[in-house]
Write a protein that binds this ligand. Sequence first.
Ligand SMILES: Nc1nc2c(c(=O)[nH]1)N[C@H]1C(S)=C(S)[C@@H](COP(=O)(O)O)O[C@H]1N2
Ligand SMILES: [Mo]
Length: 200
Amino acid sequence: MSENRLPPGQYVPGPRAALHYGPVPRFRPQRWDLRVYGATESLGEYRWSWAEFDDLPRTDTVADFHCVTRFTIPGVRWRGVRASLLVDLAPPHPEATHVMVWAEYGYSANLRMADFLARDVLLATHRDGVRLTPEHGFPVRLVVPHLYGWKSVKWVRAIEYMTRDRRGFWEERGYHNLADPWSEQRYSYQEEPGQGPPLA
Ligand SMILES: Nc1nc2c(c(=O)[nH]1)N[C@H]1C(S)=C(S)[C@@H](COP(=O)(O)O)O[C@H]1N2
Ligand SMILES: [Mo]
């Protein structure tokens, strides 16, 4: 990986552990489902059991993974269900502009619909050729390679379509609403035009 592929302020670390807030949830296939709800076209809810979801067609992608804590993992190979395929199967209302992606234990991240529909955005089941490990999001995690890693929600359980934007878990706790690593959208104070970091 060449240096100019690295977004500003990022470095490539040595081997590192998985990173998340809180414990790793246990997967219970009988109870697991993936729901799409909120501003759907029909206003109804869509639901996939584990067997149904695991049957959906997969796509492969290779992408660098950028964490706001400044490490970048180059060339991660993901396999999963395209987010845009899920949106085709669960059509949104014409007024749906954003999604909230919900995980086990209430973790969440918000995305613009256009970011969610980008080609490289997957509901991933595999990483580097094998099933995700529990720490990396088994059975299903979102991967949004073009945004900072906190948007790549592990242990996904639901997608909520929204007709206006709402902030997710880290976006409510001082991180940037959009999270583009190439323009270093790290902190929420950067959303205020002409603002520096808050005074200590
Ligand atoms: N459910 C959940 N997903 C999460 C997180 C979390 O705390 N909970 N942390 C995010 C952050 S900050 C990063 S950098 C990536 C790390 O993914 P990895 O552990 O597979 O490298 O997961 C993201 N997804
Ligand atoms: Mo992160």
